[in-house]
Write a protein that binds this ligand. Structure first.
Ligand code: C5P
Length: 221
């Protein structure tokens, strides 16, 4: 059986993870959410009071961390050094700081290496910011998913836990700020790969987007 890798990149809230999960289910592939890895590291650093500006301490602490992505019935679960942090990593505190930690070159190198390991045997749908450009430049299918910032904020708003006190407008601002940082960082910025297919999902349904990607995959398999 011939298997390929599928890279899905794009800004926050474009629907990458929902779509990637669907595509993986349809093809019986493994879904890898790389954002969850940056989030897990961020959650741990916040817990230990290590700021993103203190790169030496971040990298030192990183050595002690063990991140595991475990496929489960209700989606992927994230384990950090033996603790299930799947829900914790979606907090506003993590949203607000993750892009600062994600700028650190040594941190990116370590996470990228482990992401490449996960894709070695193919059959992976991986989503993130730099998958098609840096992590898996040889991926057989590359997708760059976008949507207007208003639509992305609405999508994220709907999936926020109710305990988080935030308005749609605030969320839109936070998403814009995160995009800014992700697009303008020096190492592996969020940018569309030359050979990626751009999908503007603003007025597409999740199923339509998933279909379009599976169609691309079918042509290569
Ligand atoms: O995908 P998600 O929104 O959960 O990602 C959270 C953050 O992690 C992004 O805003 C980005 O700063 C960082 N990230 C990254 N590279 C990836 C995946 C995520 O820099 N491949």
């Amino acid at each position: 059986e011939f298997r390929i890798n599928i890279a899905i990149d794009g800004p926050a809230g474009a629907g990458k993870s929902t779509v990637a999960r669907k595509v993986a289910a349809k093809l019986s592939y493994v879904y890898v959410d790389t954002g969850a890895m940056y989030r897990a590291v961020t959650w741990d650093m916040l817990k230990h009071g290590i700021e993103a500006e203190d790169e030496i301490s971040v990298l030192e602490r990183l050595e002690a961390l063990d991140i595991e992505l475990v496929p489960g019935d209700d989606g992927q679960r994230v384990w950090l050094s033996g603790q299930d942090v799947t829900d914790e990593i979606r907090s506003l505190a993590v949203n607000r700081t993750v892009s600062r930690y994600a700028q650190i070159e040594g941190l990116r190198a370590k996470l990228s290496a482990s992401q490449r390991q996960m894709a070695l045997r193919k059959g992976v749908v991986m989503d993130g910011r730099d998958i098609g450009t840096t992590v898996l430049p040889d991926a057989e299918v590359k997708i760059f998913m976008t949507a207007t910032v208003e639509e992305r904020a609405r999508r994220r708003y709907r999936e926020m836990p109710e305990s988080e006190a935030i308005t749609l407008e605030q969320l839109e601002q936070e998403i814009s700020q995160r995009d800014e940082l992700d697009r303008n960082r020096e190492v592996s910025p969020l940018v569309c790969a030359d050979d990626a297919m751009v999908l503007d999902t603003t007025s597409m349904t999740i199923d339509e987007v998933a279909e379009a990607i599976v169609h691309q995959a079918d042509r290569k398999i």
